[in-house]
Design a binder for this molecule. Structure first.
Ligand SMILES: Cc1cc2nc3c(=O)[nH]c(=O)nc-3n(C[C@H](O)[C@H](O)[C@H](O)COP(=O)(O)OP(=O)(O)OC[C@H]3O[C@@H](n4cnc5c(N)ncnc54)[C@H](O)[C@@H]3O)c2cc1C
Length: 432
């Protein structure tokens, strides 16, 4: 078979899709490996709570897809996926516009193998008012929107009544995103007086409440982690309320199922995920959260289409359960597809191996110097608990591993040193 003939198109350059494109691109080059994304820059999604809090500058953190395409040998195609013609094996992309002009027209891209890796977004579960009044952290734009809103509300609180009224931030969802954002906002608050907000006292002027529907925060993780995270959050002055089901969101408050009200100048929604709605219109088998149903080889019910990461519902070893929406899953699925796609590109019968998720545990950041984690012993299969700076350092290494997979060792090393040096000359918090 002609090697040039087989084109792999990957839609979504996130935790899974970008790693897959980079690793395949290094081997097969830009005529065979194509990455489509609706954004020109990549951000490691687990960093979004830091962008929202202003402790990470998106202009320094974002990586240009075009630059990575050049380095790793794939072709980057800028545009939002709009649909697929499965019979013709081509996808449709919407036109790309800047504020006024069309940068790229609507296009069709042919594929031999298509990999869908478009991630997920917040699930509001139809809660009245949530879509209108709550902020989600699904994208860089939303994280930036939160950061600016946070600053605006801080300025209003600072310049308003005497003494200033406390700013209430309600975070709905005590999973990793909610816990990490709450802790990060405390870090950000420590620096506000350097922004001239000198009438605000970080310890009392910003009230953060974390509302969780289950009986404990981090309910998908071991109870020991929940206890430690709750203790660390409370030590930082964050109010943690469990077994609270938010029933509606208003402009300045939340109401729970019992009718209790919680003041909220800013409400952040981090209560669950669903895959993008457009996936339900592709004619592929999807679940109630729009996730594409895949088998143990990550195949959809179309033999030419695979799906990985948050947008896929993949079976777990635990009978009747599905893999969680985690970066670790997306990363391992990308690695699993590499030999399989290599054989497809080279016209060989792909290996019959099935994907098995190796759970190395979970780490959650609770501020800049603390974290909690549960790590799985590789040989023993037992989990062990880590807390404090060690857990925080291990958490940071996950981001580094993503860079390693995408950029390779040399560039990752140079970038890590560069960022370390830049940090010394940049503000700790970017509120402006
Ligand atoms: C604040 C936060 C903290 C998190 N912390 C952790 C953590 O500590 N550990 C962990 O394991 N997981 C964490 N997660 C979850 C983790 O980020 C996801 O599980 C992971 O990013 C999923 O990878 P993915 O490749 O499926 O999708 P993503 O990384 O979300 O990438 C999807 C890509 O698809 C692109 N895309 C979307 N729609 C289109 C379209 N129509 N056309 C073209 N491109 C499109 C997007 O631009 C994006 O680049 C966190 C998530 C958030 C929001």
């Amino acid at each position: 078979m002609d090697k040039q003939a087989h084109k792999v198109v990957i839609v979504g350059g996130g935790a899974g899709g970008l790693e897959l494109a980079a690793k395949l691109g290094r081997r097969f080059g830009p005529d065979q490996v194509f990455l489509v994304d609706s954004s020109p820059d990549h951000i490691w999604k687990p960093s979004l709570h830091e962008v929202a809090a202003g402790t990470l500058d998106i202009h320094r953190e974002g990586l240009s897809y075009a630059m990575m395409a050049k380095d790793s040998g794939f072709t980057f195609i800028y545009g939002a996926f709009a649909g697929v013609d499965r019979a013709a094996r081509s996808i449709r992309l919407d036109a790309v516009m800047d504020e006024q002009h069309e940068l790229f027209p609507a296009r069709e891209i042919a594929y031999d193998t298509l990999v869908l890796a478009v991630g997920s977004r917040s699930n509001f579960f139809g809660t009245p008012g949530a879509r209108e009044y709550a902020v989600a952290l699904d994208s860089t734009e939303q994280a930036e929107h939160f950061r600016k809103l946070f600053l605006r509300k801080l300025v209003i609180a600072n310049n308003g009544s005497q003494p200033p009224r406390p700013l209430n931030i309600a975070i709905v969802g005590g999973g990793a995103t909610g816990v990490e954002l709450a802790a990060e906002l405390v870090e950000a608050s420590k620096n506000i007086r350097y922004y001239g907000l000198d009438r605000l006292d970080p310890a009392h002027s910003i009230r953060i409440t974390l509302l969780e529907g289950a009986g404990r925060i981090l309910s998908a993780l071991p109870p020991k982690m929940s206890d430690a995270a709750q203790r660390l959050l409370q030590e930082r002055g964050i109010e943690v309320k469990t077994s609270v089901r938010v029933a509606s969101v208003q402009e300045d408050s939340l109401t729970d199922a019992e009718g209790r009200q919680y003041p909220s100048d800013i409400c952040v929604w981090a209560a669950g995920i669903e895959a993008p709605a457009f996936l339900a219109g592709l004619g592929l088998n999807v679940n109630h959260r729009n996730q594409i149903v895949v088998d143990r080889m990550l195949r959809t019910d179309d033999p030419h289409i695979f799906a990985i990461g948050d947008c896929a519902q993949a079976p777990w070893d635990k009978e009747g359960e599905f893999l969680p929406a985690r970066a670790q899953v997306a990363h391992q699925q990308a690695d699993f597809l590499i030999p399989l796609l290599r054989d497809r590109i080279e016209g060989r019968e792909p290996p019959q191996a099935t994907f098995r998720f190796k759970d190395y545990g979970s780490l959650v950041s609770v501020g800049h110097t603390r974290g909690v984690g549960s790590l799985m012993g590789v040989l023993s299969g037992k989990s062990w608990f880590v807390e404090g700076l060690v857990a925080r350092m291990m958490y940071m290494s996950l981001h580094l591993m993503h860079h390693l997979a995408v950029l390779g060792a040399g560039r990752t090393f140079v970038m890590a040193i560069g960022r370390l040096l830049l940090k010394r000359s940049a503000p700790r918090v970017k509120l402006h």
